[in-house]
Structures are given as C-alpha cells and as structure tokens.
Design a protein around this ligand. Structure first.
Ligand code: NI
Length: 256
C-alpha cells in the first residue's frame, strides 16, 4: 500500500468528482492520503475533508506565499489546531523567494515559529522551499535541534539533499521525477538510500508523465514509484514498502 504524503484534495479541481477520486486511490493501492493545508481557508478545508474519511489525514500551516493571513493572533489559532490529535503534521511552511522576495525576514520568522510548534508537539514539518534553498537550510540549522519533516517536492542538488538528510529530514519525491529534464532529482534518487524518500503528488499540480498537463491525483503515485524503481534498479514492491514505512515512521504512528 502506498501513501501520498502531500495532496491538496480540497482544491476546486476536485469539486465535481472528489469522492470518486478518493475511491479510485484506494482501488489503486494508494491507501492513505495526507491532505496539506497552507492558509486559514485551506486548513479548514483540509480538516473538513479528512473528517469524512478514515484514511485521509490533515496537516495545517501557513505557506510563505500566504502571509496576508498572518496577524498577531495567527499562532494562537494555529497552535489550537495543532493540539488536536487528528492533525498529523505542520505545513506547508517554509520559504519562497520565487513569488515574492521582498519579505524574507517575515517569511523566516513565520517559518521558525512553525518549526517551534513542530518541536513542541512532536509533529513533522511539511517544508516548501522555492528559490530559497540555502536560506531554508540555514533556518533549519539555526534551530540546532533534531528536526522531523519532509522537504516537499525536492528538486535541489544532491549536495544540498545530503545536508537536509543529515538534519534528519526526508525528501518528498513527486511527479517531477518522471520528467525527462529532471536531472537533479533523478540523481538524488539514484545516489541516496531509499530510506530517505517519501512519495507525494502535490495534486492537482505536477502530474507525472504520461499525464503531464492534466489534473494530478494521488492514484498516480505508482507512476512515481515505478520511475524510482527503474532509476535505482530495484523492484517496485521494494519502493512501495520502504516509502510507506518511511512515511509511517515520519508521522510517528499517527497514520493509523
Ligand atoms: Ni503543496
């Protein structure tokens, strides 16, 4: 059984057939789905959706491109949510200088506060990093404590991947792995041990080949696993079992 560690199933792209998509995931052996919120609205949607299904698990957080939701009492609200046993992780959080690099300090502050919550409640971080990989590493290192989490949609260099792994983080591998020109992530998958990876779709975005350009969904996870197995020259069953074990360990037994 596979686990999709990063989906946005509350997205309006699924409004017409969400129940069918979820049923199809279970049919395709993708038996557990983590539904990732990223601002006040989507945190609520993630919680609502996951309350309807036994094998959907919500995370809540504040994405660096959604700082307009940040106010004095934001972290009171967020911590209240995180105390709930049903919440399995914190994020998406992190740094994004691609869309807006004018508020780097604020992004770092909001990221650090979510790292603190992760440590306090022992729930893993779902970390987004775009055009900000060096600063992301620096912020994580500055905490100077073992950190649990996943570098979501990892597509950086092998050298940086090793740094994140050293901190104790997993690397989230998605549909980009199946793209012909995705040299970095193919190299990372080839060189690092399978124990470092979890699978994810980031649906409805980043659909794997051969469905690139269409809506992504968690039932495409086996396509990513197949590519991983081919690159490493191992059986797809080993990818399935090990990435699922990695995800279960990362989420500290909360995916039950
Ligand atoms: Ni995402």
């Amino acid at each position: 059984m596979y686990i999709d560690t990063h989906s946005h199933l509350f997205d309006s792209a699924f409004d017409l057939d969400r129940d069918l998509v979820i049923k199809e995931c279970f049919n395709q052996n993708v038996g557990k789905l983590i539904v990732v919120g990223f601002d006040k609205e989507t945190n609520k949607l993630a919680l609502e959706l996951c309350s309807k299904y036994a094998n959907l698990y919500p995370t809540v957080g504040l994405h660096p491109t959604e700082l307009s939701d940040y106010s004095d009492n934001f972290f009171v609200y967020l911590e209240d949510l995180i105390k709930d046993e049903k919440i399995v992780g914190i994020g998406e959080c992190g740094l994004d200088y691609y869309w807006d690099d004018s508020k780097k300090d604020l992004q770092k502050e909001v990221f650090k506060k979510q790292i603190e919550l992760s440590l306090k409640y022992d729930k893993p971080l779902i970390i987004h990093s775009r055009d900000a990989i060096a600063d992301t590493l620096e912020v994580l290192k500055s905490v100077n404590k073992p950190i649990k989490g996943v570098m979501h949609g990892y597509s950086g260099s092998l050298e940086m991947a090793k740094e994140f792994v050293k901190l104790g983080l997993k690397l989230g591998i998605g549909g980009v792995l199946t793209f012909k020109n995705a040299k970095n992530v193919k190299e990372v998958v080839k060189e690092l041990d399978l124990s470092n990876f979890v699978l994810e779709t980031d649906c409805p975005y980043l659909t794997p080949t051969p469905y690139r350009g269409k809506r992504n969904a968690p039932y495409y996870i086996p396509l990513i696993a197949k590519e991983m197995a081919d690159i490493k020259g191992i059986d797809i069953k080993e990818v399935e079992e090990t990435t699922t074990k990695n995800a279960n360990e990362l989420f500290g037994g909360r995916l039950l």
